[in-house]
Design a protein around this ligand. Structure first.
Ligand code: ZN
Ligand code: MN
Length: 153
């Protein structure tokens, strides 16, 4: 089939079929882009890439697909970047660190024993946590500051 031959990667579509997601060629391209993607893309990032293959595709198609996947628990929405929502197809428990300069988000795989004392838990039974770290990535950290001209002083 022509549509299938356009799919470069073979991805497991079972979980998407299970939730009744209509698998249009555009949606397949979105799912293919997300599969195994660890860059935590925004809807805009995904749109930019998939639009190259489907120039008539609208941003709403991307956003609506992401919303369906998020509501069904197949992707995570990250709000660590104050500028835009980011998405993570990896729904296994893990934490994140964001570079405050280039906004790169990477995964942190480590269990943190963070205990909330009973006096502060408001009666909640704590089931887990997601910790967001922020800092400067290696590239941004080693970037040289711009040379200072005389005008600066
Ligand atoms: Zn950075
Ligand atoms: Mn992640």
């Amino acid at each position: 089939m022509r549509n299938n031959s356009e799919i470069k990667k073979s991805i497991d579509l079972g979980k998407y079929r299970e939730i009744g997601l209509k698998l249009t060629p555009q949606r397949l391209a979105i799912l293919e882009y997300l599969d195994g993607n660890t860059s935590h893309p925004s809807a805009e990032d995904i749109y930019r890439v998939v639009k190259r293959r489907f120039p008539t595709m609208s941003f709403a198609t991307v956003y609506n697909t992401l919303e369906i996947l998020r509501k069904r628990g197949l992707i995570l929405e990250l709000i660590i970047d104050p500028e835009r929502k980011r998405y993570d197809p990896n729904i296994e428990p893990h934490h994140h660190i964001i570079c405050i300069k280039c906004k790169r988000i990477v995964d942190v795989y480590m269990d943190f024993e963070v205990k909330i004392p009973d006096a502060h838990s408001h009666g909640f039974k704590v089931l887990g946590n997601h910790i967001e770290f922020y800092g400067l990535c290696n590239e941004c950290r080693t970037e040289r500051p711009p040379l200072r001209g005389k005008k600066d002083n």
